[in-house]
Design a protein around this ligand. Structure first.
Ligand code: BDR
Ligand code: CA
Length: 311
């Protein structure tokens, strides 16, 4: 019996972990990758877009349309990540410059077009700051019903944070965008640091990766060695597979356990902007607006990730 592949759109800021998520999406028989949009985050928009093109071309996904998005957050100054090196994807010595070109429209208009022509509502995965998605909410509210579910890598609730405690990077970059998306009515699952900091690349994972003796396998090892080194230096943990876990949760939702809550994001705090706050008991009198990931099956996640990289 053949499975019906889920059509999805991905908005991302590659980034090593975004890159692995893109590879997994393209290789999974459970997914049909309809298009990719880019945002600033791990690097500036020119770099994240170039990285998306380079990755897709390298893995034979040159037919997947890519549209470039916002150059900066909605209201705040641009914040760029440091965990992926100056290009946003250091360690990519086998990755040639792209010959593919981007769509001649802005990411937000591209997303609206893809959603409006989809015969049924489709899944949307976002693995960067939510600037493009917030603008979609503002500009094209009529297409939001076509988003079946938004799975976003972002937020932290049990406060093992990385940037400024208690803030996660994607939320920290553009909290106003997150607020708009949380208030949009789009069904959302937040795959945040509470679970993504549990899927770490350590030596046993590097040993598994080293067995994948293909150009892609070698490229991923080089990416993750670079990424892992910076993670250990700055956060004292191995390379966290943040974005691959969000993507994996769309392929197989049983990999994570979620809990509904009303989620708010602090946009006013002098020191806490970007902090995500969950009201589990409805004490603010507001209905849950998101599911947050609270647990993960680490072993099954890595089995899936390795099988797709091997595939
Ligand atoms: C998130 O921020 C970026 O560094 C990663 O790509 C991931 O999307 C983790 O906080
Ligand atoms: Ca990312």
């Amino acid at each position: 019996m053949s499975i019906q592949a889920k059509p999805i759109l991905i908005d991302c800021d590659p980034g090593h972990d975004d890159a692995v998520a893109l590879v997994m999406a393209h290789r999974s028989p459970a997914i049909e990758l309809l298009g990719v949009t880019t945002t600033c985050g791990n690097a500036g928009i020119d770099k994240t877009t170039r990285n998306a093109l380079r990755i897709l071309e390298f893995i034979g996904a040159g037919n997947v349309p890519v549209a470039a998005g916002c150059v900066r957050p909605l209201t705040r100054p641009l914040v760029l990540g440091t965990a992926d090196g100056p290009s946003g994807l250091e360690g990519s010595k086998y990755l040639p410059d792209p010959t593919m070109t981007i769509e001649p429209v802005h990411a937000v208009d591209f997303l609206a077009r893809m959603l409006s022509k989809a015969p049924e509502p489709i899944d949307f995965v976002a693995t960067g700051p939510l600037t493009n998605v917030a603008l979609l909410v503002m500009k094209y509210p009529q297409v939001l019903a076509k988003i079946k579910h938004l799975t976003w890598m972002g937020g932290v609730f049990y406060r093992k944070s990385e940037i400024i405690s208690p803030t996660e990077f994607n939320a920290f970059c553009d909290p106003e965008a997150l607020k708009i998306v949380l208030e949009s009515g789009v069904p959302i699952t937040m795959v945040g640091l509470d679970v993504t900091r549990r899927v770490l690349i350590e030596e046993p994972q590097f040993e598994e990766l080293a067995k994948i003796d293909t150009p892609l396998g070698r490229l991923v090892v080089d990416w993750l060695r670079y990424y892992d080194k910076l993670h250990r230096r700055t956060m004292n943990i191995g390379g966290a597979m943040h974005d691959p876990l969000a993507l994996a949760a769309v392929i197989d939702p049983t990999l994570i356990t979620t809990r509904p809550a009303h989620i708010a994001v602090d946009v006013g705090g002098a020191y806490t902007f970007g902090a995500t706050v969950a009201d589990f008991w409805g004490t603010r009198g507001e209905k849950p607006n998101a599911e947050i990931a609270v647990d993960v099956d680490v072993e099954r996640f890595f089995d899936l990730m390795f099988s797709l990289l091997r595939g």
